[in-house]
Design a protein around this ligand. Structure first.
Ligand SMILES: [Zn+2]
Length: 148
């Protein structure tokens, strides 16, 4: 495992290129095709590949920006389409769960929204939204535990 792989912490990725500038840019794609989530057929064929850019983590004073190749698959058995599922990356968001958690924990630990807008380059409204989202998630986890 290269240092970049361990920093990424997202299993199943192949790192294709790394460019260190003001930010650290990492290009990656899935290591292997998944089985069809609908009928478990294997293999599926790649219909198209879309680029997706996500902020992922902060390394020292640099942001790590992840450029992902996201394949869209077609299952020839059940004739359905699906996108590659990446653990720790939710649909439509422009940041990974690692990044959102980093911001939540920093804010929870007392780092101000103003400081986070500088260090993590996000608006304070986003800090607030991510914070509330994790608080709700924790509350529902806790309430789930108290009533089995
Ligand atoms: Zn299928």
């Amino acid at each position: 495992m290269s240092p970049i792989d361990s920093i990424l912490g997202i299993p199943g990725l192949v790192v294709q290129a790394v460019k260190r500038a003001q930010d650290i840019h990492v290009w990656a794609k899935p290591r292997r095709r998944p089985v069809c989530p609908h009928c478990a057929a294997d293999p599926v064929r790649i219909k198209a590949t879309h680029p997706r850019t996500l902020t992922h983590t902060r390394q020292g004073n640099q942001l790590m920006v992840l450029h992902l190749s996201v394949p869209k698959y077609h299952c020839t058995r059940c004739n359905r389409y699906f996108r590659h599922p990446f653990p720790g990356i939710r649909a439509r968001l422009r940041a990974t769960e690692t990044y959102r958690l980093e911001v939540f924990e920093a804010h929870d630990g007392g780092v101000s929204q103003r400081k986070l807008t500088r260090t993590h380059r996000i608006g304070s409204a986003t800090v607030e939204r991510w914070y509330q989202s994790f608080v709700r998630q924790r509350v529902s986890e806790l309430s789930g535990r108290s009533c089995p």
